[in-house]
Design a protein around this ligand. Structure first.
Ligand code: LLP
Length: 382
């Protein structure tokens, strides 16, 4: 990725830099590859990044929005996502949030439990409305990714037990103010092995046949998100392999002509276009290690501290021919405030600019003000 260093030089660090050309190219590729079926609809899981410019760019490309809170629904509406392309998921929707969704006449609620279904029915009745609901099924598929971002195993809190799903479908039929939109699934995040999605399809196909055998038509199948990205070499794979991803569902879902497939991609849309740019405060000789201490901390990007996640680290300004091995750390008073251990960088000095790559997803949006540090700012390429 080419960074406008002349521009960076004058800016206060740390900040998130978004390359809108890469974001637009990624969105173009998504739209091209999803066109493999006229029944595929792609939504953006806005939890990954709600920077207003990023959101607006995604809305303009025609994607829908997958939201998990009332705040996200409002952010989606403000960014220009049409209400008929907004879905609302989450295990703990409050009455207030359900009412926001009802007032906006969104596309559908992804419902995660029977008590939630009953509350949506009651609140919709109070407004004289009928809410479209997709039942989120826990498919009990292990996505082999980090345990904190695996969501579709039997022991996870998400979704409705596969075994009682037809009872819940019957309940939807008996309630007056909800109607069945379809079924929803999501098995986890940062998934790079397409076989995990094949296994999901293999779970979905018989389940839908069973339900349809009882005379109930399932028109919408939401397969969630989860496509992973290349954190190790972002310049080699700046755009994920959407052809393989959509092709897997095309081949393995037993789709009928009246069925629409919905995708909710977060990370794969925005991760590579975002970089956390920071400046070296000090280079410190420790007892056994050399530390590069930067002015970004775990409050700005928590993924390494929270999940042990790898992000590629680059020195953007060093002119040194020689390299050295450093631990790259932040200033926060926590020993987990580490961005990378034993990172080989060109010899690094105070004032150098450091890039932490692939930070567009779950970066800026997960920032906090821990240690009374300000939220990171953002800089847009255009
Ligand atoms: N749909 C549902 C129901 C989800 O729970 C998620 C993500 C997505 C879609 C989008 O998944 P994606 O395409 O981004 O993999 N903070 C973590 C990731 C948490 C993902 C939560 N759910 C991280 O930084 O890795």
């Amino acid at each position: 990725m080419d960074f406008p260093l002349h521009k960076f030089d004058k800016l206060d660090t740390p900040f998130y830099y978004y390359d809108l050309n890469l974001l637009r190219a990624t969105l173009g590729e998504i739209n091209d590859r999803a066109a493999i079926s006229k029944n595929f609809r792609v939504h953006y899981a806005i939890k990954a990044n709600t920077n207003p410019t990023v959101l607006h760019t995604i809305a303009q490309a025609g994607l829908g929005a997958d939201c998990v809170s009332g705040g996200e629904i409002m952010a989606a509406v403000a960014a220009g996502f049409p209400a008929e392309k907004i879905m609302f998921a989450g295990v703990g929707k409050t009455d207030k949030e359900i009412n926001i969704a009802l007032d906006n006449d969104i596309l559908c609620f992804n419902v995660e439990s029977v008590p939630e279904l009953e509350v949506i029915d009651k609140l919709a009745a109070a407004k004289g409305k009928c809410a479209r609901v997709a039942l989120r099924v826990n498919p009990d598929v292990d996505a082999h990714t980090h345990t904190n971002i695996t969501t579709g195993r039997a022991e996870d809190k998400f979704g409705i037990d596969l075994k009682i799903i037809d009872e819940v479908v019957d309940l939807v039929g008996r309630l007056n103010n909800v109607e069945l939109f379809g079924l929803h699934f999501h098995i986890g995040s940062q998934i790079l092995d397409m076989n995990d999605f094949v296994r999901l399809c293999d779970r979905i196909n018989p389940l839908i046949s069973d339900i349809e055998a009882k005379g109930i038509i399932i028109r919408h199948i939401n397969v969630g998100g989860g496509l992973g990205i290349d954190y190790v070499d972002p310049d080699r794979h700046p755009i994920p392999d959407f052809a393989a991803y959509f092709g897997t569902f095309m081949r393995h879902l037993a789709l009928k002509p009246y069925q629409t497939v919905h995708f909710e991609l977060g990370r794969a849309v925005v991760a590579q276009c975002g970089t956390l740019v920071s400046r070296v405060v000090f280079v410190k000789e420790g007892m056994v290690k050399k530390f590069v201490i930067i002015d970004a901390g775990m409050n700005d990007l928590i993924r390494p501290a929270l999940y042990g996640a790898y992000h590629k680290i680059e020195n953007l300004t060093s002119k040194a021919d020689e390299s050295e091995v450093y631990d790259v750390v932040g200033p926060v008073c926590e020993s987990s405030d580490v961005f990378g251990k034993d990172v080989e960088l060109p010899v690094t000095a105070r004032g150098d600019l450091i890039a932490i790559r692939s930070a567009g997803a779950y970066g800026e949006i997960m920032a906090s003000q821990y240690n009374c540090r300000p939220f990171p700012r953002s800089v847009i390429s255009d």
